[in-house]
Write a protein that binds this ligand. Structure first.
Ligand code: IMP
Length: 426
């Protein structure tokens, strides 16, 4: 059984928590795209853990964690992360499978990401983790795969080629021997985990029809390279199709696709964001929601729930349901807004998400206003225990998005959620 969880907005929807909760019954949890630009925060036993590359299933002792072909791997970061989770979970070689096909982020790619960001006339606001340049190399067929990581002569020849291509990089390489030493050391430590991860996952699914594979998206649908707000996107496909392509599997084997969304919207970096609040409301959402990047610490741009963008995300992914996070953050706000359409100065009223970022940037949101609630709903576990205004808000989200809300997040912990699959709403 394959279930795919993807971010339905611009990332940071709180995917780590849901993968952790739904991963309880999973035999395998797999990351299928992105790299250490992601930051999935989990609270386990009161301890906060931020995972950047390791699939969230790594914290469940009986779960296999797989990093598939569509991911870009930073060995130095991965070694640091393995050391960090060591206090909670031992990650034996047979419990972490890294695809031999995955591409490798080197100090060269990080260097290039920083250079491109500082030189672009229209910066993207990347995480500067080398993600874009690594995918550029992959698409240009000049990248390093995890297999090359195990072969020192391959690595050395690749670095030599890069130095010959760019005098600037050659100087950087010469002047930063410590970052390359750390890279070589990490490569050595990561190598035992590298295998034909896709074949192993498929064999596992063939061997046991009951086993559940949970595919954990990073970033979000609106950052997808094909379907997002290009060029303000990440360089991979954080959508359900991306999961299928990364594993290499019959798409008909996917049982469920869930979209994870916040009860409001955030975005990090540049790019259009119609419901962004640059006023007091945005500040309240940022403060109450602790909206600062888990990877970069950057303050996130905050705004209201955008049902137009969510309908689009549902169409792109085929959502079976929404996992609605951080409803508790809205407590105490007197008036809530849900964007149900856009108004464009030239094209008038739009109900569809436009394909061009410039058109989206010129759109003004058309809002439906709803009353808020004063009660603290943190940790509420049943729909019946929510104030009426909160129930009305969730019902309105369902109605305007056209997708059932299956779970509601009411706090950061593993226990802080209400399961609506058993409620009257579904
Ligand atoms: P990159 O993925 O570092 O190349 O950054 C490209 C864009 O995606 C930038 O706007 C980033 O802020 C955004 N981005 C990348 N990863 C995440 C994430 O995990 N959450 C939210 N935004 C992200």
């Amino acid at each position: 059984m394959i279930e795919i969880l993807v971010g339905a907005q611009w990332g940071d929807e709180g995917k780590g928590k849901w993968v952790d909760i739904l991963g309880e019954q999973a035999g395998i949890v797999a990351r299928f795209q992105g790299g250490n630009n992601a930051g999935h925060t989990l609270i386990v036993g009161g301890q906060k853990i931020v995972l950047h590359q390791l699939p969230s299933g790594v914290l469940r002792p009986h779960c296999i964690a797989a990093i598939l072909s569509g991911v870009v791997v930073d060995p130095v970061g991965l070694v640091a992360e393995l050391a960090e989770v060591a206090s909670c979970a031992e990650v034996a070689y047979d419990r972490l499978w890294i695809s031999a096909r995955a591409h490798i982020i080197t100090p060269y790619h990080v260097w290039l990401d920083e250079r491109l960001e500082s030189g672009l006339t229209r910066p993207i606001g990347t995480t500067k983790r080398g993600i874009g340049p690594t995918y550029m190399d992959k698409a240009g067929r000049s990248g390093l795969t995890a297999v090359d990581l195990m072969e020192l002569p391959h690595l050395e020849a690749w670095i030599e080629r890069r130095c010959a291509e760019s005098a600037d990089f050659a100087a950087h390489y010469r002047d930063n021997p410590e970052s390359w030493e750390a890279f070589f050391e990490a490569a050595r430590r990561v190598s035992p985990y590298i295998c034909d991860a896709e074949a192993k996952v498929r064999a596992h699914l063939r061997g046991d029809a009951q086993v559940k594979l949970l595919m954990e998206g990073a970033q979000g649908t609106l950052l997808d390279m094909n379907h997002g707000t290009y060029p303000f996107v990440t360089s991979s496909n954080p959508t359900a199709g991306g999961a299928v392509a990364s594993l290499g599997i019959d798409p008909r084997k996917v049982s469920k696709v869930y979209g994870i969304a916040k009860a409001y919207t955030t975005r990090v970096g540049e790019g259009p964001f119609p419901t962004e609040c640059q006023d007091h409301a945005g500040q309240i959402l940022r403060e109450q929601g602790a909206e600062f990047g888990a990877t970069t610490g950057r303050p996130r741009r905050c705004g209201w729930y955008d049902a137009v963008a969510m309908r689009y995300a549902s169409e792109v992914n085929g959502f079976d349901g929404i996992l609605l996070n951080k409803l508790d953050v809205l407590s105490g706000i007197d008036e809530l807004k849900i964007c149900i359409g856009y108004q464009h100065p030239k094209y008038g009223r739009l109900s569809e998400f436009p394909s061009q970022p410039d058109v989206l940037a010129a759109c003004r949101p058309v809002y439906r206003y709803l009353g808020g609630w004063r009660e603290d709903i943190r940790g509420v576990r049943a729909l019946e225990d929510l104030p009426l205004a909160a129930k009305n808000y969730v019902t309105a989200i369902q109605e305007f998005t056209g997708v059932a809300v299956k779970f509601i997040g009411t706090g950061p912990g593993r226990q802080d959620f209400a399961d609506l699959t058993v409620s009257l709403l579904n």
